[in-house]
Design a protein around this ligand. Structure first.
Ligand SMILES: Cc1cc2nc3c(=O)[nH]c(=O)nc-3n(C[C@H](O)[C@H](O)[C@H](O)COP(=O)(O)OP(=O)(O)OC[C@H]3O[C@@H](n4cnc5c(N)ncnc54)[C@H](O)[C@@H]3O)c2cc1C
Length: 542
């Protein structure tokens, strides 16, 4: 504008008039476009409910609120997309799913909402026949005869049945939790050979993305997704993406030509700070806009809650932080590969392949995509936990070099080099910090309630808040719905569940020791905790 004004002052009279008109026109355009924008940095927007995160939980929460009569809501999403951990990408001319891939838990006593939604949008998926993978085990010598591995397969089946029975018994008898590894010790056999270890990781790590020594027996075996929603799983491969299942849920948001046009959905909006009280919530965003609401629903992952991305004021209380810090964010990485030709077995029953290495978890799971993308010569391998962390820090070419060594051991030296590789880095992504939650040993149902519980009018949701179905897309949908119902009860019936669970009362000696330790090194985030401990200790002294 300054440039334009300077230009006007050096021109002839008629030029000047023309330029003045142009100047006024430009000004009008600027003013008009500024007025049309919904939000300005520094604005304060007042609304009934702010939902943070536009993944499955956030989108579902908005739907439930809308159906309950609350339409004055805003959804703040840090990325440019709806779907969160359901996300696809272009790879070698096709679309592959970087996040959720299976509809897990189908054909049981309770309907899986994801399966229903997938059927509504005609999503393309195929039945996953996992059982056959033990027929397709390889090691450094190549293919292993099923007869040779049969004893290990049988032992693993017996062990698995025992673990499930023990988990059922522990839940029924209300016995204190143990890890799956501890249950295996009770069975009398801990997998130790490469073949035993790869079958074991297929049984546990492939689902939980953490090994049996970490995972809770009572909350994982039997897994409600299998025992209640059903034993069947379907693998999604649809060019529109798995996230299409969210479309029927998101119908309350306006969209046109495949783009979101609803001003209540704010993409690329990062929440940096949340102030909460029993009266309401104030949410601060990176762009300077402030949202004041009667309540907020926070659906970011447990990994994000464990990080410093969002500042809470006041600091989250000890019981809440403790519940958040105790739960686990697991990591599960799919590494997609493109080859000039197929060299793996094809045909029915060959889809899932295991590689038994001396190092547990070293490129153990393989799945070809011949059925989904015929003629494309695509296969992917999955790693979890520490291997995921390692791979995320490596450049693709180094990862590929390691993978080619493994593949040549499995299929021979003559196989061609891969022409393309792709894998996501969910753990390094500050908006996710991992892939899905896993219930670790040591978190009781009581502590889980603390994970779900609101602080003031700030409600917590997301897959990690679904007690039976944490870690799954359907868990996120169930949790989003349940949390929104709690918010409706609060705002419409004044029944606000803002009574804070106090956590266990610590013994006096524990308090004193803790206070002593806090004096030297507890940092900013824990100042609130230090104060809380002092307060609770005063309470237990009295
Ligand atoms: C690799 C992988 C494989 C998986 N496989 C399966 C599977 O096969 N089947 C299955 O059922 N499930 C699977 N899952 C799990 C499933 O994807 C998740 O449980 C589910 O999508 C989580 O939804 P959510 O809404 O709880 O969280 P999210 O999808 O994480 O949504 C939270 C949103 O919050 C946003 N956010 C974060 N920080 C901020 C901030 N500061 N401000 C604003 N927004 C913020 C994020 O961008 C995100 O969009 C998988 C996940 C991954 C990553």
């Amino acid at each position: 504008m300054i440039l334009l004004a300077t230009k006007v002052s050096k021109s002839s009279n008629s030029d000047r008039l023309e330029m003045a008109h142009a100047y006024v026109f430009v000004l009008l355009v600027i003013v008009a476009s500024t007025c049309l924008q919904e939000v300005h940095a520094g604005d304060i927007i007042t609304t009934d409910v702010v939902i943070i995160g536009a993944g499955a939980a956030g989108i579902t929460a908005g739907k439930t609120l809308t159906e309950g009569g609350i339409t004055d809501l805003v959804i703040l999403e840090a990325t440019g997309k709806v779907g969160g951990r359901i996300r696809n990408a272009d790879f070698a001319g096709v679309k592959v799913e970087l996040g959720a891939n299976w509809i897990e838990g189908v054909n049981g006593q309770k309907e899986n909402p994801v399966y229903r939604l997938a059927s509504e949008v005609n999503l393309k998926f195929s039945y996953s026949f996992y059982d056959n993978c033990t027929e397709n085990i390889y090691d450094h010598t190549g293919y292993l005869d099923p007869e040779v591995v049969a004893p290990a397969v049988e032992l693993a089946e017996q062990s698995f049945d025992f673990v499930v029975a023990l988990g059922t018994n522990f839940t029924e008898e209300n016995v204190e939790d143990i890890s799956i590894l501890t249950a295996q010790r009770f069975f009398g056999h801990v997998p130790s050979t490469p073949v035993e270890m790869v079958i074991d990781s297929f049984n546990y790590d492939f689902t939980c993305a953490e090994p049996p020594r970490v995972t809770s027996l009572k909350n994982s075996e039997p897994l409600p997704t299998d025992s209640i929603l059903g034993p069947d799983s379907f693998f999604v491969a649809d060019p529109r993406g798995y996230a299409t299942v969210l479309e029927p849920l998101a119908q309350y948001l306006n969209s046109a030509n495949g783009l979101w046009t609803d001003p209540r959905l704010k993409l690329n909006t990062v929440v940096t700070k949340i102030e909460y009280s029993t009266e309401g919530v104030t949410v601060y965003t990176e762009d300077g806009t402030i949202y004041k609401a009667k309540a907020a629903i926070l659906t970011v992952s447990i990994g994000v809650l464990q990080s410093d991305l969002i500042d809470f004021s006041p600091d989250l209380p000890f019981w809440k932080l403790s519940a958040i810090y105790q739960f686990n964010m697991a990591i599960y990485t799919k590494i997609f590969l493109k080859f000039p030709r197929t060299f793996w077995p094809t045909g029915p029953g060959t889809e899932y392949i295991l590689y038994a290495d001396e190092m547990r978890g070293y490129f153990p799971f393989w799945q070809h995509l011949d059925n989904e993308f015929p003629g494309e010569n695509l296969i992917f391998t999955t790693v979890t936990d520490d291997e995921s962390r390692r791979i995320e820090q490596m450049p693709e070419n180094e990862t590929l070099a390691e993978i080619m060594v493994v593949l040549r051991k499995m299929f021979g030296q003559d196989i061609p080099n891969a022409t393309d590789i792709l894998y996501p880095r969910w753990w390094q992504d500050k908006f996710f910090r991992g892939t899905f939650s896993n219930w670790p040993i040591g978190v009781s149902s009581y502590e889980y309630k603390q994970l779900q519980a609101p602080v003031g009018r700030l409600y917590f949701s997301g897959e990690h808040c679904s007690e039976q179905y944490n870690g799954y897309v359907h868990g996120a949908i169930f949790a989003g719905d349940e949390t929104a119902h709690e918010v409706l009860k609060c705002l419409q019936e004044n029944d606000c569940n803002t009574i804070i669970p106090r956590g266990l009362k610590p013994a006096k000696e524990v308090c004193r020791a803790a206070i002593h330790h806090t004096q030297d090194f507890w940092s900013k985030k824990v100042t609130g905790l230090k104060q809380a401990l002092h307060n609770r200790c005063s309470a237990c002294e009295s």
